[in-house]
Design a protein around this ligand. Sequence first.
Ligand code: GUN
Length: 281
Amino acid sequence: MTAILLDGDVLARRRFDELAARVVSLAKRGVVPRLATVLVGDNPASQSYIGRKHENCAELGMASDDIRLPGDIPEDALIARVEALNADPLIHGVLVQLPLPAHLDEGRVGEAVSPAKDVDGLHPMNLGRLLAGTPGLLPCTPAGIEDLLRAHDVPLAGRRVAIIGRGMLVGRPLAMLLSLPGTDAEVTLLHRRSSDLAEVTRQADVVVSAAGQPDLVTADMIRPGAAVVGVGITYVDGGMVSDIADDVAQIAGHVTPRHGSVGAMTRAHLLSNLVRIAEAG
Ligand code: GUN
């Protein structure tokens, strides 16, 4: 048996088409959703992520500003720039690409983004609303993963979900999202200090790995028929490798492709947040 592919590229294309229709409706009201991204320094992976976000905006008929700032910018100057974007009525969404150079405090910079324009859904106000059970703008990768699972009819209510990686971009907010009343998954959040990952993952109906370690999740760690989502991507010899080993496809019921496919879902939910902000106008 070979697992069904959880193909985020295909689903994201559908989500982009749905968003494009909403962008057309907004245009009739004279509103063009506009995203501003801020990239500090010249991290090559960040440049490519940012590039794809702008390509998607253009494809969907939305406007975007690609702001590039020098890697040695002082923190106060960066925050002043973010505050100017917050105050600009033509801009609906503001995103500061992570990671930031080491001299900048990501927490302080992230808090400078207006919670109302926080397309990433990573401002403490939006994370706090998720924790409180009254979600505002959702973090994009967790929302994309939930969408990917639901679109493939993977049941979540009452099911065991093991998440590897407790970072603020994926693992921790995903644990909050899937355990919300109404979604009702039974979530275990694992990380590099967990004593026995495999013992927990073998019990799980859904395994999500956001650790960024190639081949971390192997077939012997997976219950037959489980759904397995690889979020972590590592660049090896010019190619991208997922946290999920090839042999997992022989035993899982559903699995993401080897090259990963959650990135497109992240962008689809980023642009969904942008359209939502523009619609709320
Ligand atoms: N760096 C890697 N992923 C992300 C993301 O989703 N948002 C931001 N702002 N930076 C990132």
